[in-house]
Design a protein around this ligand. Structure first.
Ligand SMILES: *Cc1c(COP(=O)(O)O)cnc(C)c1O
Length: 467
């Protein structure tokens, strides 16, 4: 019995893994979720302790992929994916205090945790497209980390042409250069003369518009609503728990959260048999998730730029996947809730809120607290955290309570990606880029500046797809 995928809104077609990989949003506007989850017993977990990251990834991922990819191919893809990471452990753990640990998820090519999923996604797509004899176009909008991780993940994919939009002169120099210095025939960076919302609106419009690509080519999404990204992220929850020998004794995770993708993967890991005690949602001032958990109302506020830009969101798209479970996996109920939300606020009933609170803790950090925490961790532990990770370590301590469980904070980015925030913390140290990026500021950049106009962007894309 292989796992199938259904839409959270109950009206999209049921799909297998391969179709979900290519699908993005379901046709009813919902997100795809698996119909069932694999479960790992204590004995299974014991047997997985000695596995390398890629071997463990196979055990976790294979049930979700099912018969779509042959075992030997999937193993080869996973080996190749995680060989790209700089550290032999792929996701090394660092101890800060007695029961406080940090899981370094920034050892991939672009120095953020998104590499875990996007390095795999590019390879999975290319493999499936090869077999189908198809070529696709990936279009995405980025204000930072996603774009570079997607570009690095797809730069060698023969069957993919990729167009990444970023707001012209509104992303940091490090982040822009990580995208624009990747010179490959299938990678196209477009600097749009507008803001991030303009870029995102063009991507959205292109997915619902009349086809504009040559020979009916399919447009594929690589944003965090893509199921394969969530799937890839489940692995490191298992990996860190096994490394810390948490097979019976409980473990907790603090997760710097924006779109709820990463922490949703932790929620799935718990259901798949990992003894997870707490899952802490760590947010910045854009605290939509903290507000829903503390007040029971899911509501949008205006975006406020923060020192942790990769968590600057007003709506947490993957939260819909959790709401689906809270709605008893009933697509009709969930559709009603999402309608309420698009018309204003969604207020959760008492029992639903109680259930959400039993699953997650939450904590919110201001920019000032973020800087204090960077300084704190540096002074107490001689360890440099980036602003996203700092929100995680701060939330970890705030939510530890009297629990004796080990708490692992996911370090989602390398501090060298956010030099301005490190400087703002006043500790007087700078984070150096790792050797493979040390010459980033000397590299040649290529990108196309285009007006904030959908027709211009689509024409450029159509003209620049490879035959
Ligand atoms: C994307 C990102 C996040 C947020 O991840 P979600 O899955 O959207 O919750 C946190 N930190 C960094 C550095 C990121 O790039």
């Amino acid at each position: 019995m292989s796992i199938r995928y259904v839409s959270t809104r109950g009206n999209g077609p049921e799909l297998n893994f391969e179709d979900v990989l290519l699908a993005g949003l379901a046709s009813d506007g919902g997100l795809y979720v698996p119909t069932s989850l694999p479960h790992f017993s204590k004995e299974d977990l014991l047997a997985m302790r000695e596995m390398s990251y890629a071997e463990l990834a196979y055990e976790i991922v294979a049930p979700f992929v099912g018969p779509c990819i042959a075992e030997s191919d999937l193993r080869a893809i996973l080996n190749d994916t995680y060989a790209e990471f700089r550290h032999p452990a792929v996701a090394p753990l660092v101890q800060l205090e007695d029961n406080q640990w940090v899981l370094e998820l920034f050892q991939g090519p672009t120095l953020a945790f998104k590499d875990f999923a996007l390095q795999l996604l590019g390879r999975l797509l290319d493999h499936v497209l090869d077999r189908r004899g198809e070529k696709v176009v990936i279009m995405g909008a980025t204000s930072g980390d996603t774009g570079s991780a997607a570009i690095e993940g797809c730069k060698r994919c023969d069957n993919i042409d990729m167009f990444i939009l970023h707001p012209h002169e509104r992303v940091s120099d490090v982040q822009r250069r990580q995208m624009t210095t990747v010179i490959a025939p299938n990678i196209h960076n477009i600097a749009v003369q507008g803001n991030f919302d303009d870029c995102q609106a063009m991507v959205k419009a292109s997915f619902v518009a009349e086809p504009f690509l040559p020979d009916g080519r399919r447009l594929v999404a690589v944003n965090s609503i893509n199921w394969a990204r969530i799937m890839a992220q489940i692995v490191y929850y298992f990996y860190s728990a096994l490394a810390l020998e948490r097979i019976e004794a409980p473990i907790s995770f603090s997760v710097p959260t924006g779109n709820f993708g990463d922490i949703f993967a932790g929620y799935l890991a718990k259901q798949m048999g990992l003894p997870v005690e707490k899952l802490v949602i760590a947010t910045n001032r854009n605290d939509v998730l903290h507000r829903v958990l503390t007040q029971g109302t899911y509501s949008r506020l205006l975006l406020e730029p923060s020192l942790s830009p990769s968590m600057d969101i007003t709506v947490s798209s993957n939260f819909e996947r959790l709401l689906f479970d809270l709605a008893g996996r009933d697509g009709a109920v969930l559709s009603r809730w999402m309608d309420e939300f698009s018309n204003g606020d969604l207020t959760l009933s008492e029992p639903v809120l109680a259930q959400a609170k039993s699953l997650f803790d939450s904590h919110r950090c201001s920019d000032e607290e973020t800087c204090e925490e960077i300084a704190n961790v540096w002074e107490n532990n001689s360890y440099l955290v980036d602003p996203h990770t700092a929100i995680g370590t701060k939330a970890a301590r705030a939510c530890q309570g009297d629990s004796s469980a080990i708490m692992v904070t996911l370090a989602t980015a390398h501090p060298a990606k956010f030099p301005a925030s490190i400087e703002a913390s006043g500790i007087g140290v700078t984070a150096d880029l790792p050797p493979h990026l040390a010459d980033l500021f000397e590299r040649v950049e290529t990108y196309e500046v285009l007006p904030n106009d959908l027709a211009d962007v689509q024409r450029y894309m159509a003209e620049n797809c490879r035959a």
